[in-house]
Design a binder for this molecule. Structure first.
Ligand SMILES: Nc1nc2c(ncn2[C@@H]2O[C@H](COP(=O)(O)OP(=O)(O)OP(=O)(O)O)[C@@H](O)[C@H]2O)c(=O)[nH]1
Ligand SMILES: [Mg+2]
Length: 405
């Protein structure tokens, strides 16, 4: 058993407040330094040595060494959140310097291509990314180093740069993976994506961009070329956390998803005296296409209470409302204080795990994990994979009022 305390990396246990789940602490970006002199953004033709094995800055081991790329402003902020968690193979790409400047990453982790932004025009961005293919390849080669296992590309689906550029970046990542022997072919899919859907108020153009982008990436995921694909719904965040200020909003959105992702990536390296969730279990989730995450405190530890909490956690997550019953693989990790774990009958926990199997149907698999930590209380973390994007996905996102409460 590892002697590192689980509370060192485990997001704060949510306290029951109102109906909504608590979120990990939100870093509020400082905005007062945006107007200062622009930093030197490395130009694509700069030749620099790169460290063949770039080391992450975690205090905990992780299951998979990830590279993270942020495209456009939203994508870059997601990538920056991974950086803040300790990921170091992180690069951000944009077509506008004013969007790159506020991202708190070292200048050598930023790439500016083009110079005037894309103004929510995906075609403009698409063209720039295609023309700069080789520059992007050189940049990512330097940022990734040679020792990693998976890549995650993040973008806001409704923008110009992120939406227009993501497909080319995914292609570059496959190229790199294949040159390093990490993939033999694109369908080995060691490249995944996080896409953020716009809120309802962002207008038709943004919605249309998002529709096109999600459609393209869902297609790639169905073709087995990208995995995992995580679709985050900003509208859902707005509804679940209505009181957030503008500054807190993106922080909450990005932090919730990145810390859940990180939790699974770290927990799979931990031994448990109860039930261990391991790296091979996580691999099956990461390789399953569209995935979703949830987290919820368990207050009622009866069999029914645990089942309810697990169901509820899938409803109240911040990811797009795909139907979890279409999934075929799940991970459910319960973390609690030793006293609770020693007193809750195993059957009650089993009932919760079985609930997931029942939701997904006969041929599904549920990987389980039970871990103790020092903080009082019990929390269930869930990830469901192999999800099918419904045919009416876009009606659901954009035509029908998305009500999540
Ligand atoms: N989850 C999340 N979504 C974001 C964030 N920032 C922006 N978005 C979403 O991403 C979409 C695209 O916005 P940007 O990322 O600013 O656009 P861009 O890719 O830079 O494109 P252009 O500015 O048009 O070149 C928006 O519609 C927002 O909904 C963020 O920090 N987190
Ligand atoms: Mg932008």
């Amino acid at each position: 058993m590892s002697d590192t305390n689980i509370t060192d990396y485990y997001p704060e246990t949510p306290e029951p407040k109102s109906e909504v789940p608590e979120v990990p602490e939100v870093p509020v970006p400082e905005t007062d330094d945006f107007s200062v002199d622009l930093p030197d953004i490395p130009l694509p033709d700069m030749e620099e040595d790169f460290d063949a094995a770039i080391k992450d800055a975690f205090t905990q081991d992780v299951g998979f060494n990830f590279c993270i790329v942020g495209v456009g402003q939203g994508g870059s902020r997601l990538a920056e959140t991974f950086w803040n968690l300790g990921y170091r193979r992180v690069g951000v790409i944009n077509t506008a310097i004013q969007d790159l400047t506020p991202i708190k990453l070292p200048d050598e982790n930023k790439l500016l291509i083009g110079n005037s932004g894309a103004g929510k025009n995906t075609e403009v961005a698409e063209e720039v990314f295609k023309v700069k293919y080789e520059d992007i390849l050189d940049f990512l080669k330097r940022i990734f180093g040679t020792k990693y296992e998976r890549v995650l590309v993040c973008a806001g689906a409704g923008g110009g740069t992120g939406a227009g550029g993501i497909a080319t970046v995914l292609e570059v990542c496959h190229d790199l993976n294949q040159s390093l022997g990490i993939e033999a072919k694109d369908t080995d899919a060691k490249v995944g994506g996080i896409l953020a859907l716009p809120t309802r108020g962002e207008g038709i153009r943004v919605q249309n961009n998002a529709k096109k982008t999600v459609s393209k990436l869902v297609g790639l995921s169905q073709a087995g070329v990208i995995s995992p694909l995580i679709i985050l719904d900003n509208e859902k965040i707005k509804q679940l956390y209505p009181k957030l200020s503008v500054n807190q909003f993106w922080g909450t959105a990005n932090n919730s998803i990145c810390s859940l992702f990180h939790l699974f990536n770290t927990i799979c390296e931990k031994q448990s005296a109860y039930t261990t969730f391991d790296k091979a279990d996580l691999e099956t989730i990461f390789a399953s296409g569209i995935i979703t995450f949830g987290a919820t405190p368990i207050k009622d530890t009866t069999a029914t209470g645990i089942s309810y909490a697990i169901r509820d956690n899938l409803r109240k997550n911040i990811l797009a409302g795909v139907d979890v019953s279409t999934g075929n693989i799940a991970a459910c990790v319960i973390i609690g204080d030793k006293e609770s774990l020693d007193n809750i009958p195993q059957d009650n926990l089993e009932h919760g795990f079985e609930q997931l199997s029942r939701i997904m149907g006969k041929s599904s698999t549920v990987h389980r994990g039970i871990y103790s930590h020092k903080k009082p209380g019990l929390v269930a973390y869930t990830s469901i994979g192999g999800l099918t994007a419904p045919d009416n996905l876009f009606d659901y996102f954009f035509k029908v009022d998305r009500v999540y409460k």
